[in-house]
Design a protein around this ligand. Structure first.
Ligand code: MF3
Ligand code: CO
Length: 281
């Protein structure tokens, strides 16, 4: 018998592939097979993710009032390269530094600077992404500097809850709209708004891959979530309105239009057959 060379042997188990095909038949948007990771890719992403978490732990140990955000950049660069890894933001589409530091009304993509000094009462997001052995990982945390007002503290805490609620909704065979809806409900119930213009993303083989993981939406819509997918959930939650704009001077910094503060937390997740695993936090 002749071998059929057109039949690609899949890296996915036949049961999972069959299940995907059944959902597809019933009209679901299903993930392209290349974003379902092989066991080898998963090991690679996990190794990258361990370094990424180490970077954020190192930032957590050193961040303090009076520190310029450029020093956070140095901590991230030094830790990453000393672990034989590369900071993914550096030179990414022209981004000039190794990490994003987003203070108060900066929503994301803030550029570290010697001129920006962390002061009492600030809330700052530090967003770290690592390339190790060609594999990508991505996570961010909020840090509160000195005495933060109760109102701002609550924004930081509710945003963390939004992430955890999103993680709980990111189950195999559920849908991305379930994740977005859960996050949006929690944010809005607390009087906050969800940024629309930026979303979570597939991550692992590249920095930003399909799918786009929106932090708002409707249950029962969006791409099917399948074991072997790796993606971020990273809600940006505004105290005021959801509208944002990009600073035209640097082309990167995203700010709230109303000048009110914004918070963000991010994990990279692996979807498993029984639930999910947080790979970096
Ligand atoms: N780390 C960001 C994310 O969560 C992306 C930053 S892109 C950069 O997706 F160029 F600004 F670093
Ligand atoms: Co991300």
């Amino acid at each position: 018998m002749k071998k059929n060379r057109n039949r690609k042997t899949s890296h996915i188990s036949p049961e999972i592939e069959k299940k995907i095909q059944t959902y597809k038949h019933f009209g679901y948007k299903v993930p392209p097979l290349h974003i379902i990771r092989t066991p080898e890719q998963i090991e690679g992403i996990k190794a990258s993710a361990r370094i990424n978490t180490g970077v954020l732990d190192c930032v957590a140990e050193h961040i303090r009032e009076g520190m310029p955000t450029s020093e956070i950049d140095k901590i991230v660069y030094d830790y990453t390269v000393s672990h034989n890894a590369i900071p993914a933001p550096l030179n990414y589409e022209g981004f000039p530094k190794s990490v994003c530091t987003s203070v108060n009304q900066v929503v994301c993509h803030g550029i570290p600077s010697e001129k920006e000094i962390l002061k009492n009462g600030d809330i700052v997001n530090v967003d770290v992404s690592t390339i190790y052995n060609g594999y990508y990982s991505d996570a961010s945390r909020m840090f509160m500097i000195g005495e933060v007002s109760d109102e701002w503290k609550r924004l930081v805490e509710v945003t963390k809850e939004c992430l955890e609620i999103g993680v709980a909704a990111a189950q195999p065979w559920s849908r991305l709209g379930d994740v977005g809806a859960a996050i949006q409900e929690h944010a809005e119930k607390n009087g906050y708004s969800v940024v629309r213009d930026l979303c979570g993303h597939g991550v692992g083989i590249k920095f930003h891959e399909t799918p786009c993981v929106e932090h708002f939406g409707k249950r029962g819509t969006g791409m099917l979530i399948v074991p072997g997918m790796t993606f971020t959930i990273e809600p940006m939650i505004n105290m005021g309105k959801y509208q944002v704009y990009i600073d035209e001077k640097d082309g990167w910094t995203v700010l709230t239009e109303d000048g009110l503060p914004s918070a963000q937390w991010e994990y990279t997740l692996l979807i498993t057959e029984t639930g999910n695993e947080i790979l970096t936090w």
